[in-house]
Design a protein around this ligand. Structure first.
Ligand code: 13P
Length: 258
């Protein structure tokens, strides 16, 4: 089964709404110049909450094919949850994706795989597609237990989801030691874990679900290394941090097929 690769730019806490509009506009022009075919490779920007309305306005006005989404979402529907944003707020702004369980949220906000799974479920219930993050820290990689560790995270994140829900979801494997460090996992490192995730999903659900699920690699992806990473059979895209903040560079990543 053919999976459409997804290149998603996670802007993290960068760019205000004016800068966001400028970057999306430039990205769209650049991809148009390069005659990018969005049916071959999907492109999405995962932006700060305060940027979503500006991005929506631009995408709709210019009928752009770039998709967009948020970096987190609440498990609650509404009410006394200061600082949180609901799935309904995101769908009202036309979001397609929402990243859940990024390692930075796990580290700085104590998010567990169980909570991440609940957020993914909440997103799917609202019609949003979750990009569920997983990945090991350096000590775990050094101890050689990274595959087992990541599969534990995956099992927990998927425990409340149906096969149908998993099939339309995205899992992003982001080894923490490769995030923002310039230290990219080798294509073989990425394949080892992404392949193991797919096998695990086939065990937990069934082969068709595992074949439909998209698995991204994330961690220091740039135009210079994206091709080798994407050549791996179980890597269906990238979650890109730093390199997604420059339109030219991110456009090169999106058009890696040439
Ligand atoms: P970098 O691409 O900056 O390493 O960040 C990866 C990441 O965390 C994307 O979510």
């Amino acid at each position: 089964m053919a999976r459409t690769p997804l290149m998603a730019g996670n802007w993290k806490m960068n760019l205000d709404h004016l800068e966001a509009a400028a970057l999306v506009q430039k990205l769209d022009w650049t991809l148009k110049d390069l005659k990018h075919d969005f049916s071959r490779v999907e492109a999405a920007v995962i932006v700060p909450f305060t940027d979503i309305r500006s991005v929506q306005t631009l995408v709709e006005a210019d009928e752009m094919k770039i998709k967009y989404g948020a970096q987190d979402v609440s498990v609650h529907d509404a009410g006394a949850y200061t600082g949180e944003i609901s799935t309904a707020m995101l769908t009202a702004l036309g979001c397609t994706y929402v990243v859940v369980g990024h390692s930075e949220r796990r580290e700085y906000h104590g998010e567990t795989s169980q909570l991440v799974g609940q957020k993914a479920k909440k997103a799917l219930d609202a019609g949003l597609l979750p990009i569920m993050c997983c990945g090991e820290a350096l000590e775990i990689r050094k101890a050689g237990t990274h595959v087992q560790y990541v599969l534990g995270q995956v099992e927990e994140m998927l425990s409340g989801l149906t096969a149908e829900e998993v099939a339309k979801s995205v899992i992003a494997y982001e080894p923490i030691w490769a995030i923002g460090t310039g230290e990219v996992a080798t294509p073989e490192n990425a394949q080892e874990v992404c392949g193991a995730i797919r096998t695990k999903v086939a065990e937990l659900f069934d082969r068709a679900t595992a074949d439909a699920l998209r698995i991204q690699y994330g961690g220091s992806v740039k135009s210079a290394n994206v091709k080798d990473i994407m050549a791996q059979p179980d890597v269906d895209g990238a979650l890109v941090g730093g390199a997604s903040l420059k339109a030219d560079e991110f456009a090169k990543i999106v058009t890696y097929l040439g």
